[in-house]
Write a protein that binds this ligand. Structure first.
Ligand code: HAM
Length: 425
């Protein structure tokens, strides 16, 4: 005899009940509106990708977390853990036809076989906005500005979140200045990206395993205490600082954000590294100001990804903004009941004799643009109103024999319990 099938979704996968969809829609609506407002064009692709495109061997977590399998023709395929390699593939495929810079956006379902912690699931939706084919730092400003706009549209302000901004190139220059050789930089980036997720002692051990002498490890931690751009400038010394393009780009980003009106959402944080190996320049990650949740979104400049997969050299910048953490943050800051799901009218009837009148009324209200949840069978009033109360409807009309005979019925507001008369003919 077959065993009982579990009612749980597979571990780490999510079911969205109607009450969850209300939140998901709120978040997706803000993603779409902010993307559209900033002129990003929608694109999409299949959640199944070729394994070779997604697998990277830089020791980064995402590369190790891929769900992959062989299809019936022994093709090695995978569920995408992120959208960026697919975007790079799609751009490379049409590189001659596209007119750059392109600004593209999508909400991609992604899968990562990762340890489940708060804010991390094995399946999530990730809003992506990317600008491909632009070297100017205005691309970063546009991308970060759109993400801040999405958060504002959801009801949060700069008091609730901050986008921590740094630059891998700048960190590289500072490391170089401290004597950490360039070939060790990617190892240092990977180790530092674990900060906050593991104790500093383990990070030191990782750096030592990577062949870094103890005096250099101490310098790496000293660098992390540089708390603003001025401190970095001083550390580099005037000569290096004034010739640093990375420093100039960062300063320009902050000044353009000021003009664009969202500088209050930004802060410099040299500790932002980003776990993905393809970032080359400015990197950023958004956190809630109380430090309660994991990163809300993250992204940066990745100028070499297209060449890595065989395309022409093309500068790019973008971000991924997941739905999981932001929904937790919204519930915490705005309250579990912040999204009013109630809309439309529930229409019910007492006996089969009133069914036609109910169908007619429902059709008329729908033609007028109203959302109508029509009862499918005759019901006692108590049962009808109790279901209507626990449904998504804002109002309810119940037709009994007297209503049909008189040609009038009462529409009840389910929140205020007020009633208004409507004509049935
Ligand atoms: P990422 O930092 O790996 O970047 O992910 C971006 C965001 O996706 C995270 O900040 C978080 O909101 C969400 N996220 C990631 N993994 C999970 C998970 N397991 N559960 C829930 N949410 C998650 C990227 O994926 C880059 N491809 C972003 C990008 C786009 N860079 C340039 N363009």
């Amino acid at each position: 005899m077959a065993g009982q099938i579990s009612f749980e979704a597979p571990r780490g996968m999510r079911d969205f009940y109607p009450s969850d969809m209300v939140w998901r829609n709120k978040v997706f609506d803000a993603f779409r509106a902010a993307g559209e407002a900033a002129g990003f064009q929608p694109y999409d692709s299949c959640v199944v990708e070729s394994y070779d495109l997604l697998a990277r061997k830089a020791g980064e977590e995402v590369g190790e977390q891929i769900y992959h399998f062989f299809d019936k023709s022994e093709r090695h395929i995978a569920l995408r853990p992120e959208m960026t390699p697919t975007l790079a593939r799609m751009v490379a495929q049409k590189q001659k036809e596209l007119s750059f810079p392109i600004k593209w956006t999508t909400i991609a379902q992604c899968f990562r076989y990762e340890r489940m912690t708060k804010g991390r699931k094995r399946e999530h939706y990730q809003w992506n906005i990317d600008i491909v084919g632009e070297d100017s730092v205005l691309a970063e400003v546009e991308v970060i500005g759109a993400a801040c706009d999405a958060l504002r549209r959801m009801g949060l302000s700069s008091a609730d979140f901050k986008v921590h901004v740094s630059s891998r190139r700048l960190l590289g220059e500072v490391l170089e200045r401290s004597g950490v050789p360039a070939e060790k930089h990617s190892q240092v980036f990977l180790a530092l990206d674990k900060r906050g997720k593991m104790p500093d002692s383990e990070i030191s051990a990782m750096l030592a395993d990577g062949g870094l002498a103890s005096d250099l490890i101490a310098k790496v931690f000293e660098i992390l205490s540089l708390s603003d751009i001025q401190a970095v400038r001083a550390y580099l010394g005037e000569e290096l600082a004034s010739s640093s393009k990375a420093l100039a780009d960062l300063a320009e980003l902050f000044s353009l954000a000021e003009i664009a009106g969202f500088a209050d959402c930004l802060m410099f944080d040299i500790g932002v590294i980003r776990g993905l190996s393809y970032y080359t320049g400015i990197v950023f990650e958004c956190f809630d100001t109380k430090g309660e949740f994991r990163a809300v979104f993250g992204g940066g400049r990745y100028d070499n990804l297209l060449t890595t997969i065989g395309g022409e050299p093309t500068g790019a910048v973008g971000l991924g903004f997941g739905d999981v953490v932001v929904t937790e943050l919204l519930k915490a800051r705005l309250g579990e009941n912040a999204v009013s799901s109630r809309k439309g009218v529930a229409v019910g009837f007492m006996m089969d004799e009133q069914r036609s009148a109910a169908v007619k009324l429902a059709s008329r209200l729908r033609a007028e643009g109203e959302v109508v949840d029509l009862s499918l069978r005759a019901q006692k009033p108590k049962k009808f109103f109790s279901r209507a109360d626990s449904s998504l409807a804002a109002k309810a009309v119940f037709l009994g024999p007297d209503d049909v005979e008189s040609g009038f019925a009462k529409v009840k507001d389910l929140e205020t319990r007020e009633e208004v008369r409507i004509c049935l003919t």
